[in-house]
Structures are given as structure tokens and as C-alpha cells.
Design a protein around this ligand. Sequence first.
Ligand SMILES: [Zn+2]
Length: 396
Amino acid sequence: MLTRREWGVSAAALLGACAAPRDPSPEPEAPAGPLYVDLHIDTPSRILNEGLDLAESREYTHVDIPKMRKGGLHAGFFAVSTSARSQTPLEAVKQALRIIDTIVEEVRRHPAELFMGTTADDVASARSGGKIAVFIGVEGGHMIDSSLEVLRQLYRLGARYMGLTHSGNTPWVGAAEYDDGPAGLTDFGREVVKEMNRLGMMIDMSHASDRAFYDVVETSAAPILNTHAACRAVAGHPRNLTDDMLKALAQNGGVLGVAYYAAMLDDDYRSRLPQLREIGRRRGAVRKQFADDKQRLSEELWKLEKAEVEKIGRLPLARLADHIEHAATVAGIDHVGIGCDYDSVGLKVPAGLDDIGETPNLVAALGERGFSADEVEKIMGGNALRVMRKAEEAAA
Ligand SMILES: [Zn+2]
């Protein structure tokens, strides 16, 4: 077993190893370092909209195969993310099917590196077999169009968690940041939660209202996830969990995947976001202008990401570690995980974590904070894996 110091050393060794010249056809080998299961990766919509190929590493992608390898990822939940506000529910169902197809097809194109994961055991095989397990997570209950039949079909297509809300209310459950819908879970919402328990589909409360969070904790027979958020006592973003919610999550056996979005991690940083309005408007124009040239679109969007961080700066990695430490203190070490939210928030992530390949810097930072190797293993993936197993047991 490694000491906490040695984790730092092994992370540095991993970084060094990656800079060395590589055998052009290496055998896939299990990366050194802790188990790493990331609960929320937002790359699928970019694959669909920008025509990305995961085998190609480019400056403007946060997540691709070489970077996942370098970062030591064993399993990742790829998000099926669709607008809850600018689409009808039926359009959202169709878009969900397109994104799921995008994920499955992209995995099919890279069989030596990736495979579709659907069970907790797949995480263990990913670690021992040297391929990365790609899981599907649906980000928003609007994508079932209030239909248990659609919910079951999404499960059958491979979705292993569903966030109950996204950016906007779902007719049967309230979202954080929006108060024009139900406050918590409606009666039908409770049916959805119970059906997800029965299927073995994990429940993600990342974009849900506080009331919905407590309703679901009370209703769910299985531990829940909050795949990408942070701690409200450290930064007051309305999607973050209060200390009371962290304690309820611990009681439930669930896990908070701490997200890297700088505006969720730091109030000062968030207060600077209004300075980005003008750049934000240019993003819409760029999308229109380069709709037919996907690579150019990626490049132009990346210029805007860079312009944004030039304007409002970067957040130190220590701020992310503050949230992880706070969650581990209040909820307990068994209830903290990682949900990077890469490919959704541009460069508005902590410095030193520019893409998933830089994950060893986080592992090293956790070691420096005094977390033991066992504790780092839990944070980086062990806790997420436990929730996956519990969901399967509750279904059985
Ligand atoms: Zn999200």
C-alpha cells in the first residue's frame, strides 16, 4: 500500500512517463494510480456537434483517448445532455437517442481502447483489462417525456443514471435555479424514482432543487448521486449542497461527485461571470457561422474559451481540494467522488486541470492535503463504484 506521500510521487512519475517517447504500438496496460471513475463527462454533445474523434488529441478537447489514458481514467459516465428549455419534450427524447447513438458508435470505432460499461463489474474489468469503460448517464428527466416506458427504454439502451432535472424544471420534479415548476417531487416523480430503483438506474440530483433532493433521499431505496456539484458552505452556488444536504447524502449512502466548474467552486470567480456576456454572445454567432465546418467551429469556440479566461483569470487547484476536503469532513470520506464536467465549461476549470490528462495533479494535491492512499482511492472512484453496486443490489 502506498503512503499519502507516495501517491504524490507516483502521480509525478506518471506525468513524467507520459512525456517520454512512446512505443508506437504499446499493449494496453492498466494505469498506475488510484481507481478513477468519473461521474460526469460532457463530451458526447461535442462529438455530435463538432465531429470529434476520441482517438485524436487536440488542444481544444478536454477528453479524448490519449488524455483519458494519461489521466488514469478507468470508467467514465458520458453525459446525454439536451436542453430542457429550448426543446419540446419529444424533441428532447429524439435528441437523447441521437446522443446515445453517438456514444455507442464512438465506442464501437475504438474497440482496442474503449468498451460500453453497464455494470459495476465492468469497472473492475476496465481496471484489470486496460480498456476504458464508457457508461451512459442521462442529464435531465425531461428526456423521458413523463413516460415510464421511455425511462425503461433508456435503461435498456445502457443508461445507468439519470439526472432528474437539468437547466429547467421537469414537469414532475423541481430544478435548482428555476422556481416555475413543482418545488419537489410530484406523485409521478415518486413513481419515476421507484421505477429507477427497480431497474437499477442510479438517481442523479445534480441540477435539482433542495426540496427535490430531500424528497428523493426520503423516497429512494438505493443510494443517490449528485454527479457534478460542490459544497455551498465553501461557495454559494445554488446547485451546491449545504452541509445539511451533505449529511443527508451520507445517511442515504450516496456520493457527491465534486465538479471542476470554477464558478461553482468560488464566489469571487462567479461574481466575475457577467464580464463574459459579450464573449458569450459571440459564441452563438460562431456556431452559426461555422456550422458546416466542424473543425473550424471547434477552433473558433476554443478561442472564445481562451478569451474568457484571459478576462476573468483562473482558479487555483487548491480551491477544488477545499471542496473535496469539506465534503469529506462533513459527509465523511465514503461520500465524496469526482464529476469533472469537462467539455461543458471550457477553461473555466482550476489551473493545472486543463483537461482529463492532468488528473494526476489532483491526485497529488489530495495526497498533499493529507488524504491516505485508501482515502484517495475512495474519492477518485471507490465510492462511485460502491453506489453502482448498491443500485444493482436494490434492483435485485
Ligand atoms: Zn450539468
